[in-house]
Ligand binder design. Structure first.
Ligand code: GLN
Length: 384
């Protein structure tokens, strides 16, 4: 069988959620909120399921959703997108990433990946025949510089994959970082596949900067978003992809044979949600940043070193100095002995792993976070 898939472990998210179920643990591993998501968005999807058209929607997505996506990014990010030619709906951001990589990469092309890398990227690049070139980002800043990009980019580079804000580091790249990356894309004629699913989940007054909006990147960026992340409805698997028409035409050819289309009622719900007033998005951010602060201060009080968390549903702890060999051992101990599931960040490093950072999801009710904190009591007091 194909070693790209046959040699892969089950994803760390599924593995940790399985262990959490087995041990009855509080699951702060796989990222999903325990909030049921906005009721009006869900009601809209329910009404569309009950009363609406439930046959194949158009392959590119419902016109109402494509229009809502273009309007939404116009309002929130100042982007000027044509819903007819530059917007496509996919079954989750993962499908959009797969479609983009399959459409853009030819066997032998080099693809620049930043590690930590979301675990889907590398197998999809390999399946497309791409040769990965890694830029390794290290805690606590997870930044890159010109020398790191110069080592990774070459005349053979076809694509760079950027996740911004970045999971699992919970950091967002600055405008200067993006300008530097854009200059390399321009110089080496590279297309950026930009996984921006966390664009709205960004805290402390920071604003997301879309790479597609930067000079020189408008024609060479694939921007990917996710209704699941924007509306805390991770099971919906409604993604969107935006790109200039020459790129989009080819992405659509890949999408038509991956999933072809996405449930129409969920598309209607997403279209309704994207048109929500700005206060909704502010409220969502405020709620998550309060949860972040609650978990961060609880961990700090218990002696853990918490890394800065500027975006996403995650924060990281630095376990160097604790009496444990690495992040995997720590997470195994945590779930079996303490009943708390977390994610070892080394799972995101295919080349040069960081083994002393552990990711925790704070998108949970206060009582859940407090119960998890109780279970972590005493663990960090034996720091060396
Ligand atoms: N994006 C989620 C996370 O980082 C996981 C998604 C999945 O389990 N496939 O936790």
């Amino acid at each position: 069988m194909n070693p790209v898939f046959a040699d892969l472990p089950t994803t760390i998210f599924e593995a940790m959620s399985g262990l959490a179920r087995h041990h009855g643990a509080i699951n702060l591993g796989q990222g999903f909120p325990d909030d049921p998501g906005p009721i009006d968005v869900r009601e809209r999807a329910a009404a569309a399921l009950r009363d609406g058209y439930n046959q194949y929607p158009p392959m590119m997505g419902l016109p109402v959703l494509r229009r809502a996506i273009a309007d939404h990014y116009g309002l929130h990010q100042g982007l000027d997108l044509d819903p007819e030619t530059e917007v496509m709906v996919t079954s989750g951001a993962t499908e959009a990433i797969a479609a983009a990589l399959f459409a853009l990469i030819e066997p032998g092309d080099e693809v620049v990946l930043f590690e930590p890398a979301y675990d889907a990227y590398l197998p999809l690049v390999r399946q497309a025949g791409g040769i990965p070139r890694f830029v390794t980002l290290k805690p606590p800043g997870f930044g890159f510089d010109e020398a790191a990009l110069a080592e990774a980019f070459s005349d053979k580079t076809k694509v760079v994959v950027l996740n911004n804000p970045l999971n699992p580091s919970a950091t967002a790249f600055s405008r200067d970082d993006l300008a530097l990356l854009a200059s390399f894309c321009d110089r080496f004629d590279v297309i950026a596949v930009c996984d921006e699913v966390w664009e709205h989940v960004i805290f402390d007054g920071r604003r997301h900067v879309p790479l597609l909006g930067m000079p020189a990147m408008r024609e060479r960026t694939v921007k990917i978003g996710s209704a699941g992340k924007i509306f805390s409805l991770t099971g919906w698997k409604v993604g969107f992809v935006m790109a200039a028409p020459p790129i989009m035409r080819v992405l659509a050819k890949a999408h038509q044979f991956l999933t072809f289309t996405t449930p129409p009622n969920l598309q209607e719900g997403a279209a309704f949600g994207l048109a929500k007033e700005t206060a909704y998005f502010e409220g969502m951010r405020n709620g998550f940043s309060r949860s972040r602060d609650r978990l961060a201060s609880g961990l700090t009080e218990r002696g853990f070193r918490v890394l800065p968390a500027h975006a996403t549903w995650f924060l990281n702890i630095d376990i160097a100095g604790l009496d444990v060999s690495d992040d995997v051992a720590f997470c195994r101990m945590l779930v079996t002995e303490r009943g708390v599931a977390a994610i070892p960040v080394s799972a995101f490093y295919p080349r040069d792993p960081v083994r002393h950072v552990v990711r925790l999801c704070f998108a949970k009710a206060d009582a859940t976070l407090d119960a998890a904190l109780d279970r972590l009591e005493g663990l960090a007091s034996c720091r060396t």
